[in-house]
Design a protein around this ligand. Structure first.
Ligand SMILES: CC(=O)N[C@H]1[C@@H](OP(=O)(O)OP(=O)(O)OC[C@H]2O[C@@H](n3ccc(=O)[nH]c3=O)[C@H](O)[C@@H]2O)O[C@H](CO)[C@@H](O)[C@@H]1O
Length: 390
């Protein structure tokens, strides 16, 4: 018998979620750590502390990960500090102490070797509880600047993993010494998609494979602004491309109601969906061009795969983080960013050269790939193992 197999299971608590951008890096870290430990004959026990209404509440059980929901409140940003004292903020902030108490109970019972927090407001109670229970706490930040949850937790962290070197000078000086650049983990299956499988599994029989395929995505919840501009550009777009449009579950019915307005030959090249689930890798493999928000998760995936993109950044996210993300790749010649009013004319002007010129897409693809970090999950796993108490 391998002597390593007599080691007790490694015990990990992950916390974070709400959106895909915070949920999938945690999921990828769990999978990578599990595989790494298995090579040493060691098991991994995991508990995910999340919010009942977050994406993580579906993702963790589907992965066979034990899930404990805790109470938490949205941390709203406000340019005017007085706005922070709104009734909804007071109500939400009052939920955090209850969440800390619930998370503390879970941590004391589970006795993790390390706690990984990947952001989203649900990470705050569990991160604070980790500190109270004196468990090592690793934060992972996907975006260039620390998000609100990670800013609240930075003082409690043992290590802070960031996704790019450009984050380091932006960190509070007091925590710069505990920061490590790991990159933003991308789910391994995202890198191994099959375009033909997407056509088959999504029933895209009307797609014309001689034309490029555009994947439109607004992030897990969809983006109204992208949906509106794509809807208004659709007849033109479908003259020169197939389109897979992920619109967000809440927006699906309203958009579907407009489908009969499309010419049938064009409608055959259009696939509308609320959320792209397990078939995401195949859809990405099929895509020649992506029109999307510039959230950190999407960017990590598009650069790892080398996909040319037209970005429509969410301009109100903290510190205009999505604008920064998008412009960074645009400056590298890997993407185009829509600025100012997001009109059909602006989208047509940005997409037309890319749809017309496969050589241009190939050049942008190579430039995007140069910014990918396929080893991010392995680096984050190294950090978790190095920070664990046992
Ligand atoms: C509105 C908001 O607060 N956005 C933030 C949120 O992004 P948000 O989570 O909305 O978006 P991201 O781009 O980071 O991640 C989306 C993830 O969901 C996946 N996906 C999306 C749609 C779909 O149908 N299926 C699917 O699997 C994507 O492939 C990706 O893995 O967290 C990011 C990471 O901290 C931040 O950079 C964003 O600014």
């Amino acid at each position: 018998m391998n002597s390593a197999s007599s080691l007790p299971p490694f015990r990990l608590i992950v916390t974070g979620g709400g959106t895909g951008g915070h949920t999938y890096p945690a999921l990828t870290a769990v999978r990578t750590l599990r595989a790494r430990l298995a090579e040493e004959g060691r098991a991994l026990d995991v508990l995910w502390i999340g919010a009942q209404d977050g994406l993580e509440a579906r993702v963790a059980p589907a992965e066979g990960i034990a899930f404990t929901p805790v109470s938490t409140g949205k941390l709203r940003r406000a340019s005017n500090p007085l706005m922070m004292v709104s009734p909804s903020n007071v109500r939400d902030m009052a939920r955090v102490p209850l969440g800390v108490a619930q998370a503390r109970r879970a941590i004391l019972a589970f006795r993790p070797d390390v706690v990984l927090a990947t952001g989203g407001y649900v990470a705050v109670p569990a991160g604070l509880a980790a500190r109270m229970c004196r468990r090592p706490l690793v934060l992972h930040e996907q975006t260039v600047r620390l998000g609100l949850a990670n800013r609240k937790l930075a003082g409690s962290a043992t290590r802070i993993a960031v996704s790019s070197e450009s984050s380091l000078p932006l960190l509070p000086a007091a925590v710069r010494g505990i920061a490590v650049v790991t990159g933003n983990p991308v789910r391994p299956e995202v890198l191994g998609g099959d375009a033909d499988k997407a056509v088959w599994s999504l029933g895209l029989r009307g797609f014309d494979r001689r034309l490029p395929t555009v994947y439109v995505t607004g992030g897990a919840q969809g983006a109204q602004q992208i949906n509106d501009v794509v809807r208004d550009t659709l007849p033109w777009l479908l003259e020169q491309a197939n389109v897979v449009h992920q619109c967000g579950p809440a927006n699906f019915d309203a958009l579907r109601a407009q489908l009969p307005l499309l010419r049938p030959d064009l409608a055959a090249r259009y696939h509308l969906t609320g959320f792209v689930g397990p078939e995401l890798p195949d859809v990405l493999a099929l895509a020649d061009l992506v029109i999307s928000r510039s959230g950190a998760g999407t960017l990590a995936e598009l650069t790892a795969l080398g996909k040319p993109a037209v970005f429509v950044p969410l301009a109100t996210s903290a510190g205009n983080e999505q604008v920064h993300n998008a412009r960074y790749l645009e400056a590298a010649g890997a993407a185009v960013t829509l600025r100012g009013d997001v009109t059909p004319d602006a989208l047509r002007a940005a997409a037309a050269p890319l749809l017309a010129d496969p050589a241009l897409r190939a050049t942008m693809s190579a430039r995007a790939r140069a910014h990918g970090r396929p080893d991010a999950a392995a680096r984050l796993t190294d950090l978790l193992l190095a920070t664990a108490t046992r």
